[in-house]
Design a protein around this ligand. Sequence first.
Ligand code: ADP
Ligand code: MG
Length: 238
Amino acid sequence: MAELTLTRICKSFGALDVIKGIDLDVRSGEFVVFVGPSGCGKSTLLRIIAGLEESTSGALTIGGKDVTHAEPSERGIAMVFQSYALYPHMTVAENIGFGLSLARRPKAEIEAKVRAAAETLQLTHLLDRKPKALSGGQRQRVAIGRAIVRDPKVFLFDEPLSNLDASLRAQMRLEIAELHARLKTTMIYVTHDQVEAMTMADKIVVLNGGRVEQVGSPMELYRKPVTPFVAGFIGSPK
Ligand code: ADP
Ligand code: MG
């Protein structure tokens, strides 16, 4: 069953048409990568799924429920951004649990969830530290922890590794893949990096100019690109 469906999603900012009619099904547990050049609408599409931006037209369902006009908090999603936006004055534990504190969850529940997320992400020994004492990769793990404690049905990642250096990026790619294998949650991952797309995705959605150029497995796109754009984009990694 489809976990998430987009039906003819369009988005304009004034006279600027950014998303031009996107249809897409994402299956439960799938790791889907949106890839495409800068400015093609990847972040906008992700923000529409998250509910941070309303589509101009079209419909969105998550878990079979129409959430086209639902508040972000009603969608069962959690988003991890490129800039980690951790609170500098809070500890790692407080940062991970912050969303749950805001939602006034019981203290014991928050502590248990923070502990479990920290174990999953190998942050247990750092729970009392402040963000400034952490490496870039550790900070990114805290940002992922903040998403995990909310038990989302769908994780959304917007270029989460683009601030990291190449070797750390490679390591975090593996860690996110392991996280997906462990949690088996649906994940949508945005990147402009062809290597990330080819190595991480069950399914790649190639976006170009606000439209879907092709959807397929990395192998299908590599073997049978349907447009010269896809062939050039997938065929010439950085
Ligand atoms: P990507 O993430 O693929 O780089 P974006 O989704 O951020 O692309 O942006 C797609 C296009 O929409 C760009 O031309 C960008 O300038 C424009 N855009 C994005 N957000 C807004 C906004 N809030 N207001 C006006 N234009 C926007
Ligand atoms: Mg973007």
